[in-house]
Design a protein around this ligand. Sequence first.
Ligand code: GDP
Ligand code: MG
Length: 327
Amino acid sequence: MATDWRDAFDLGDGAVSTEAPAEDRAGVFRRLRKGLSRSRTALTAELSASFTERIDETTWERLEEALILADVGAKTTAQVVRRLEDEAEAGELTGGEALRERLIELLAETATPADGRIHLRERPAVLMIVGVNGTGKTTTIGKIAWHLQKELGLDVIVGAADTYRAAAVNQLAEWADRAGSQIVRGSEGGDPGAVAFDAIGAARSRGADVVICDTAGRLHTHGNLMEELSKVRRVIGKQIPDAPHETLVVIDATTGQNGIRQAEEFGKAVEVTGAVLTKLDGSAKGGVVLAIASELGIPVKLIGIGESLEDLRPFDAEQFARALIEE
Ligand code: GDP
Ligand code: MG
């Protein structure tokens, strides 16, 4: 599991500079707890009634209700509560504290992806970012570029394939500037596939390590958007077989379970390999991360708990469940 940016990426052999200072884990956890405070307050208020010394039928009802209200999802909730019930019956859980601790463990277990790393082994490796407008695609790209460039010593090129809004290109240019990455842009309203093509060309000629491709999140129709995204994907695949090596869908966590549907939609158009869940700081229903992580079939790879650079974090299910539930 990744708690650290260096562990969050699979960069192939020998590409990683280990100059980056190890992060202060306690500080990272404190920040995560702060980012999740709205969700935790809501959830622990509901949960505390279940964490009493007497474990009985109402314990399970309350627990189930609390998890559903926190958007943990019906399937995950049923699965976890069933196991807790079994363990309590077998005499393995004695009292509220043991129950809370075991709940954290089981939630973490169901939400832990088989492989949550971002695979960027090839040179250049191509990372494509998709998602609905306003979910946080462009800022996520800026932050990923920063970590790859400044902490891991890689050379990153960002492609501004959201060509419909000049503001979007300027915003990406600002992030690229901060990260020290080169930006490739097209003409306004130009062909996004051409931008992706040029970005890969630039990476090849300059020997850059990673290309991150931004995309539009809204067109006149939903069908048009999906068609365009799959076209951008085809253009990338023609340049480099097996590329994009990762396609991450960015989901605004405040949209709750709706995010699951979005991820599925984008998954149909472009082969999505992971999810980024943003704006958890603005949500009281952060449990949705656990629902998405265990029900979607694609791993949650990154989470956003605020707007600043340090607020995009590799997803660690154990750390997440603890920050959400521990008082
Ligand atoms: P895009 O349209 O998908 O490219 O979205 P943007 O990257 O432009 O982001 C939209 C807004 O969401 C910006 O103001 C970001 O700063 C903000 N944002 C992104 N991630 C987070 C997060 O984790 N927490 C909060 N509070 N804001 C975020
Ligand atoms: Mg954008």
